[in-house]
Design a protein around this ligand. Structure first.
Ligand SMILES: CC(C)(COP(=O)(O)OP(=O)(O)OC[C@H]1O[C@@H](n2cnc3c(N)ncnc32)[C@H](O)[C@@H]1OP(=O)(O)O)[C@@H](O)C(=O)NCCC(=O)NCCS
Length: 171
């Protein structure tokens, strides 16, 4: 499969998705501070306050397939949604990820952004997407179900708090 270009713009009724920019790094770090304590430690702010906003800004280029989710009405960035594992050669089955600020949750934004990313993947020639989700993460499991992902029964990681489940969606 040819490398899939990252879109400059994905649009939905209420959202606009664009490549992430360093000027919004403080928002992405806020997501780190809001993470559930059951999320593994390497994805939470450490005792030294790392990653800092500057650290987050410096790493944005590592995952070009993750797009900023902007509210269309205010242009405010409320999180990100996209495909990980970007690069050359691209993975056959990219992984869908999404994370929203708490203040923006509960309005259907994750599902709406996810639908746009699933359509992008399909139009780019992907035949299947993966997503992993902690068993305790009821909201995310519900979003994945609404997006048409099915749970495979495979556990890809375990922690003291639970299991990370593999889900897939044929495109
Ligand atoms: C998961 C997350 C992205 C959902 O965002 P969102 O915009 O609120 O999601 P949506 O509104 O599109 O859908 C959420 C669904 O979960 C349901 N839900 C939310 N919390 C729930 C709970 N505690 N119990 C049961 N259902 C719940 C909602 O009712 C909704 O389903 P419905 O449309 O059938 O009513 C958001 O909670 C988040 O960013 N969480 C932290 C990061 C994360 O977990 N990322 C995903 C990693 S796999």
């Amino acid at each position: 499969m040819a490398p899939m270009p990252v879109p400059d713009l994905l649009e939905t009724d209420r959202l606009v998705l664009r490549p992430r920019r360093a000027e919004h790094a403080a928002t992405y770090r806020l997501l780190w501070t809001e993470r559930d304590p059951r999320v593994p430690e390497h994805r939470r702010i450490d005792a030294h306050g790392r990653p800092t906003v500057a650290d987050v800004a410096a790493r944005l280029g590592d995952e070009p397939g993750l797009l900023a989710v902007h509210r269309r009405d205010t242009d405010e960035v409320v999180g990100y949604c996209g495909l990980t594992g970007w690069g050359s050669p691209p993975p056959d089955e990219p992984e869908l990820v999404f994370e929203l600020l708490r203040a923006a949750q509960g309005r259907g934004y994750a599902t709406e952004a996810g639908q746009a990313v699933v359509a992008w993947a399909r139009e780019s020639g992907c035949s299947r997407l993966r997503a992993t989700v902690w068993d305790w993460n009821v909201a995310s499991r519900r979003v994945l179900a609404k997006l048409g992902f099915r749970e495979t029964g495979d556990v890809v990681a375990r922690s003291a708090a639970g299991c990370s489940l593999l889900t897939v969606r044929d495109l």
